[in-house]
Design a protein around this ligand. Structure first.
Ligand code: G6P
Length: 367
């Protein structure tokens, strides 16, 4: 298969732009629009019997696991634990019966995640894998393969695989919720309608590309950047910080908004940009008050929210990026776009090797 950059300067940029299409492809294999249902491939175990979920992954894929925890606990009321794969085996995890072990991996070959999968199987845990490469070791070894259809991802920093993994995680959460009797037909119908709109919402997010490029020079001058989010936006803050570190080499950290006053606030002055991810909703006011505390100390805030949130937040931020208003099961996919674009443009502004950042490998096959 010949893979080129098309009209794009870097694979990463191409892959960010591909997201509406590959997320649609991925959702297409899970959605049954006529029945207005979210389906999973056939499995030889009963989801209804699952009493806990253990999610294991590395890097960007581990943030999909963290977001999955919020979704599965909220919609299915099944307890979830999430580990980075390198910690999982060595802490000798307590694996009770009726646990569903879930690995998330683009390559399906990451050594630590593969070892974690084998550890679960050796302990009689039923496993599922959200995996992009269908011929990979993990894809062959899981009990239930939940494929993503992102296509080949060339940029070392994961982008389109991440949003496709989130789409599949949402499908898993909905199926678990239904199996556990936590989802009515009407609720599922409504979720399907929202999921169908995800590709259009991703397109709307991508339309802010030039605006984000315009603010990249300010961020590129920073030594440290902080990302804040609450709920499912907390793992996304971690992902934003990771993406920026990986390709621009700027020190960045993601924090749960409420944790800011337990440490990172000490770093804040007018040289530290603060990227705040805050869709409007029940958690919004709390995050905005954390943001205001930071602004009172001079932080240069970039607020990413929807129209309602931006209006309510007032004009303190140095910049805002307006996202469409979307369902909580879609928001992390949509808000991933501006953090990816921001990291991308900052890296380009700094002149780093965006697709092949120093010291990093696309697939880490040694421990
Ligand atoms: C490497 C890549 C990351 C990726 C991680 C996990 O660190 O640079 O982009 O998130 O591995 O890879 P996987 O293939 O298991 O998703």
């Amino acid at each position: 298969q010949l893979i080129d950059k098309g009209n794009h300067r870097h694979f990463m940029q191409k892959e960010i732009y591909e997201q509406p299409v590959v997320v649609a492809q991925t959702l297409g294999s899970y959605l049954r629009p006529l029945e207005e249902q979210v389906a999973l491939p056939d499995m030889d175990f009963d989801l209804k019997s699952i009493e806990r979920v253990a999610i294991v992954a590395c890097g960007t894929a581990s943030y999909v696991g963290m977001i999955g925890k919020y979704w599965i606990e909220r919609f299915a009321r099944v307890p979830v634990e999430v580990d980075v794969a390198s910690e999982f085996r060595y802490r000798d995890p307590v694996l009770l019966s009726n646990t569903l072990g879930v690995v998330v991996s683009q390559s399906g070959e990451t050594a630590d995640t593969l070892a974690a999968l084998r550890h679960m199987r050796a302990n009689a845990v039923t496993t599922a894998g959200i995996i992009n490469v269908p011929t990979s070791s993990m894809a062959r070894e899981v009990d239930l393969l939940l494929p993503t259809h992102a296509g080949p991802e060339i940029g070392v920093a994961s982008t389109k695989a991440f949003t496709c993994q989130l789409a599949v995680m949402a499908a898993l959460a909905v199926n678990l919720a239904r199996a556990k009797g936590r989802l009515t037909r009407d609720e599922e119908r409504e979720i399907v309608r929202h999921l169908v709109e995800a590709p259009a919402a991703l397109n709307a997010a991508i339309e802010h590309d030039e605006e984000i490029q315009a603010m990249a020079h300010t961020i590129a001058a920073a030594r440290d950047v902080l990302y804040l989010g609450r709920g499912p936006d907390y793992p996304l803050a971690l992902e934003g910080a990771l993406k920026l570190k990986e390709i621009s080499y700027i020190h960045a950290e993601g924090y749960a908004s409420g944790e800011m006053k337990h440490g990172p606030i000490a770093l804040i002055d007018d040289s530290v940009p603060l990227i705040v991810l805050a869709p409007s909703g029940p958690l919004f006011d709390k995050t905005v008050s954390n943001m205001q505390e930071a602004m009172a100390r001079g932080a240069q805030v970039v607020l990413i929210s929807d129209a309602e949130g931006l209006a309510a937040a007032g004009d303190g931020p140095i910049a805002t990026i307006e996202m469409p208003k979307v369902h909580p099961l879609i928001a992390p996919l949509v808000y991933a776009v501006p953090v990816q674009l921001l990291a991308y443009h900052v890296a380009v502004a700094k002149g780093t090797d965006v697709d092949q950042p120093r010291n990093l490998a696309k697939s880490v096959t040694v421990e």
